[in-house]
Design a protein around this ligand. Structure first.
Ligand code: UFG
Length: 320
């Protein structure tokens, strides 16, 4: 297929673009490099540097079989402080993308949605039909887009899939996570192991969980990419499929730190800090729908596998 990958110079986008190229698809990456890196675009993909709502239309006029839409702002804290960035970058620009797809008859869309659409869960594991009550503008912006996509599938026959990621981890060879502002647990802990950070702060050890620290459902970015390839194949005209992507089990913050100690051999000093505003105690996916309907089975579910791949990626990037 000829595929447009928006945000294909970012973490999840670049790993997916690499998998798509490896699977033999013709890939065009569109990224404005606001948070992505030009050298993260895989060999074999064409790279267009440009702003989504301006560049997507002229590109799609060439004729594409589908779009994988990763381009977005994705920091929860930033979304609370500067919500306008999220309504503009995520919602307004995705609306322009959908309009460009409609104008040029692009038949398929796979969209990066998030567990953040559910907010504080009432039940865990979280099924796709759980109430969607996002607790921050980031989650709200992704939920607004999911709603928009459903309406385009119904009205215009778009074949659409939203994949709601839980906590993405790991790396794919030279493609991995390198944010200017790092807020995610595993890369922060690995910075301590790499010597660029002194210690890790554990945001609360008095949660109602077995060891008092928050539980999250970590999913390897390669397993995520497998789901995107399946979603492309299984997308049906006029239907918007929504799927949670997680491994179905929770790891605590302390378990993550311990796995990082095992993988890196570094003692990784940790200190307890106050709870971070907006963190739910437990986020675990029910991914049964993706297994049943897409035939997806995550296989890199061991914490050591995810941390090990992220560590190899981080080490390759350290100055020698
Ligand atoms: N944590 C720490 N110390 C840190 C960083 C994180 O203790 O320095 C804890 C957090 O409190 C949380 C866990 O580690 O309990 C994981 O935190 P991350 O920031 O890595 O990930 P989140 O669970 O906050 O974020 C994920 C997705 C977001 C999504 C959010 C929904 O990465 O995209 O879930 O709540 F919006």
């Amino acid at each position: 297929m000829k595929l447009l990958v928006t945000g294909g110079a970012g973490y999840v986008g670049s790993v997916n673009a690499a998998h798509l190229v490896e699977a033999g698809h013709e890939v065009v990456v569109l990224d404005d490099l606001s948070t992505g890196h030009a050298d993260a675009v895989p060999e074999g993909a064409r790279f267009v540097e440009g702003e989504l709502s301006e560049a997507a239309g002229p590109l799609l006029a060439e004729g594409f079989d589908g779009v994988l839409h990763f381009a977005a702002r994705s920091l929860v804290g930033e979304s609370v402080e500067k919500p306008e960035l999220y309504w503009d970058n995520n919602v307004v620009r995705t609306f322009r993308l959908l309009e460009a797809m409609r104008e040029h008859g692009t038949p398929r869309l796979v969209f990066s949605s998030t567990a953040a659409v559910y907010g504080e869960p009432e039940q865990v594991p979280i099924p796709e039909d759980a109430p969607t009550r996002p607790t921050n503008p980031y989650g709200a912006s992704k939920l607004a887009i999911d709603t928009m996509i459903t309406s385009y599938a119904t009205a215009y026959g778009l074949a659409a899939v939203s994949l709601r990621y839980f906590n993405v981890a790991g790396a794919h060879g030279r493609f991995g996570e390198r944010h200017a502002v790092e807020t995610h647990l595993i890369p922060i802990v690995l910075q301590v192991a790499a010597g660029t950070r002194e210690s890790v702060a554990i945001y609360g050890d008095d949660w109602d969980t077995p060891d008092g620290t928050c539980l999250r459902d970590y999913i390897h970015v390669d397993d995520l990419a497998d789901a995107h390839l399946l979603a492309l194949q299984k997308a049906e005209p006029g239907r918007h499929g929504i799927y949670n992507l997680g491994s179905g089990r929770g790891f605590s913050v302390l378990e993550v730190v311990e796995a990082c100690r095992t993988v890196t051999g570094h003692p990784i000093p940790a200190r307890v800090a106050p709870r971070r505003a907006g963190d739910p105690a437990v986020l675990i996916a029910s991914s049964g729908r993706a297994t049943t309907e897409l035939g997806w089975n995550p296989t890199r579910t061991a914490l050591e596998t995810m941390v090990g791949d992220a560590w190899r990626f981080a080490q390759d990037r350290l100055p020698v």
